[in-house]
Design a protein around this ligand. Structure first.
Ligand SMILES: [Zn+2]
Length: 115
């Protein structure tokens, strides 16, 4: 009987917890560094209100289409690379509140109801 794995990493390191956890640690560090570069590239604060706590800062597609991009690329790293290559016309930094307000005003929320 063949074993089913939920990821390639689990398959590669099926019998070595230490190597698998080390692999995950390196991936987390890489993602964290890339996110820090993206936040710095976009100014490090919400362009609407100036909020700067990086835990609540989100990359916003200025002209919309963020949900389609996430579905298309599935991996945040691809979008982060696009942000780093961008000249500042396609992406901006918004805090979670301002991002949700923008989505609401643009009626981008599934099940949008006029208040
Ligand atoms: Zn904000």
């Amino acid at each position: 009987m063949t074993q089913k794995y939920t990821s390639r990493t689990r398959m590669l390191y099926a019998n070595d917890d230490e190597k698998r956890n080390g692999h995950y640690r390196v991936q987390r560090k890489y993602r964290s560094n890339k996110r820090a570069k993206v936040l710095e590239h976009l100014g490090g604060v919400c362009v609407q209100c100036g909020f700067s706590d990086e835990r609540a800062l989100q990359v916003d597609h200025i002209k919309g289409g963020g949900s389609q991009a996430r579905r298309k690329y599935t991996c945040a790293q691809t979008i982060y690379n696009q942000v780093l290559d961008d000249d500042g016309t396609h992406f901006q930094l918004l805090c979670a509140n301002c991002n949700w307000i923008k989505r609401y005003e643009n009626k981008e929320i599934m099940g949008y109801v006029e208040l």
